[in-house]
Design a protein around this ligand. Structure first.
Ligand SMILES: [Fe+2]
Length: 385
C-alpha cells in the first residue's frame, strides 16, 4: 500500500426523491451575536493566567452556538480566534491551508510569516497566505492580544482542512526527473481545441494540471498609516456622502476586492451623528468596534422583535388572536425605524374568520402568526413566525 492509499469502510450511496420538489432554501440563518468588551477582556485574562502551553499558543475560538462541532466558527464560514502572548513569549511554527486576517487589538509584537518579519502595533492588520508557515512573538512590554479571522470552517465543512504543527521545511516544487517535462510523450499534439462559437474550449491534461501560480504575499496595514488616511476622509465633513472607510486591498484578489482570496476587510470611522444607509449582502460580516459607541441594527432589530414576540406569547389568550406588525419607514435611518415601530392588534376582519391585514396595498392573511414587515432601505421583507 502506498502513502496515498487510505482504507475506507464499504458504504453505499442512496437516491433521495426530489420529483416535483419546489425550490426553497434550507439555510439556517444564524442570529447575530454581540461579544462584549467585558467578555473579551475576561477571556484574555484567563488565557494570560494559564501556564504557557508547549506550543506557545494561548488561544480561544469565539464560537457561535449554531456552529457545527467539526467547524467551530463565529459565522458559517469564518473562524475567529483570540490569541494572547505575554512579553517575551513566542508561539511555535504552524501552517495550514486556510488564509488569515490578523488584527492586533492590544500590545505589539512581530510575526514571522513566509520568510518575512512583520513588526506590528495595536490595530495593525496583516494577512497570511494559505500554507505560509508562521510564528508570533511578543517582544514588547505589554500583553499582546490578536484576533485572527480565517476561512478554516469552509475547509472543515468540505473535510479538507489541513493544519500542521512545527512544519519542518517550506514547500518547494516537485523536481522533474531528467528530461521529464520535455518528454514529447507528455504533451498532447492537439493543444487547446475550440468547441462551438461562444468560446468554449477543450483543455488537455498537461495544461490543466499546471495552472499559472498566483503568488499571494503577506501584506501589512499599519494602523498609523491607515488612520492618517481615514482622518482625511473625516476632515471632508459634509462634502463627502460616502462611507468613511478603506478596504485593505490585496492586488492578487483582482476584481473580488479581498485582503485574501477569501476575505474582504475594511477599517471604518463613523463621525458623530452619522447613520449609514442600510445595505445587505449574502456574505457574513464580523465587526470589531474599538473606539466610541453606537449600535448595529442587525442585532438591535432581532432583539427588538424577539422581545415583542416573547411578551405576546407569554399571554396565550392574547397570542391566540394577535398579530404583531412592525412597520418601518422606508429608507429612513434604522434607529428611527425602530422607534417608530408599531405593534398593532388585529382581530378577525372578514367572514372567513381568518385574520388579515391590508398593508401597502397587499392583503396579508394572518393566522395566529406574527408578521414582521420591515422596509429597510426600500427592501421589503415579511417574516411569518
Ligand atoms: Fe456590509
Amino acid at each position: 500500500m502506498n502513502d496515498f492509499r487510505k482504507a475506507f469502510q464499504a458504504l453505499h450511496g442512496s437516491f433521495v426523491d426530489r420529483a416535483g420538489h419546489a425550490a426553497h432554501d434550507a439555510n439556517t440563518y444564524w442570529a447575530p451575536i454581540v461579544v462584549t468588551k467585558a467578555e473579551i477582556d475576561a477571556e484574555v485574562e484567563r488565557l494570560a493566567s494559564l501556564p504557557l502551553p508547549a506550543n506557545g499558543r494561548r488561544e480561544s475560538l469565539i464560537v457561535h452556538p449554531l456552529s457545527e462541532e467539526n467547524a467551530p466558527g463565529f459565522a458559517p464560514g469564518i473562524q475567529v480566534k483570540l490569541s494572547v502572548l505575554k512579553p517575551g513569549e513566542k508561539s511555535a511554527a504552524f501552517r495550514h491551508n486556510a488564509t488569515e486576517v490578523n488584527f492586533c487589538i492590544r500590545g505589539s509584537g512581530a510575526t514571522l510569516v513566509a520568510g518575512k518579519r512583520i513588526a506590528f502595533a495595536q490595530y495593525d492588520v496583516w494577512n497570511h497566505p494559505s500554507y505560509a508557515a508562521y510564528r508570533h512573538l511578543n517582544d514588547g512590554k505589554d500583553l499582546q492580544v490578536r484576533l485572527t479571522y480565517s476561512n478554516v470552517p469552509l475547509l472543515q465543512h468540505m473535510q479538507v482542512y489541513l493544519p500542521e504543527d512545527e512544519p519542518s521545511v517550506d514547500l518547494h516544487p516537485v523536481e522533474e526527473p531528467e528530461g521529464g517535462a520535455a518528454d514529447p510523450r507528455r504533451k498532447s499534439p492537439y493543444g487547446m481545441i475550440r468547441i462551438g462559437a461562444d468560446g468554449g474550449m477543450l483543455m488537455p491534461y498537461e495544461i490543466l494540471i499546471n495552472p499559472e501560480a498566483v503568488v499571494s504575499k503577506p501584506l501589512h496595514f499599519p494602523w498609523k498609516e491607515v488612520k492618517r488616511e481615514l482622518d482625511k476622509l473625516e476632515a471632508l465633513g459634509k462634502d463627502y456622502v460616502g462611507r468613511r472607510l478603506y478596504m485593505m486591498y490585496n492586488p492578487v484578489t483582482g476584481r473580488t476586492n479581498g485582503i485574501t482570496p477569501n476575505f474582504f476587510a475594511t477599517m471604518t470611522i463613523r463621525p458623530p451623528k452619522i447613520v449609514d444607509r442600510p445595505h445587505r449582502h449574502v456574505s457574513a460580516a464580523i465587526n470589531y468596534y474599538f473606539q466610541g459607541t453606537g449600535y448595529s441594527t442587525v442585532a438591535a432589530f432581532e432583539a427588538f422583535v424577539t422581545g415583542i414576540v416573547a411578551r405576546v406569547q407569554a399571554n396565550p389568550a392574547l397570542w391566540a388572536k394577535t398579530a404583531i406588525i412592525v412597520t418601518t419607514d422606508e429608507g429612513g435611518a434604522v434607529v428611527s425605524d425602530i422607534r417608530q415601530a408599531g405593534v398593532f392588534r388585529q382581530d378577525s376582519d372578514d367572514t372567513s374568520g381568518s385574520l388579515s391585514l391590508r398593508h401597502r396595498d397587499r392583503r396579508i392573511p394572518l393566522q395566529r402568526r406574527v408578521i414582521v414587515d420591515a422596509a429597510i432601505g426600500g427592501q421589503h421583507s415579511t417574516v411569518a413566525m
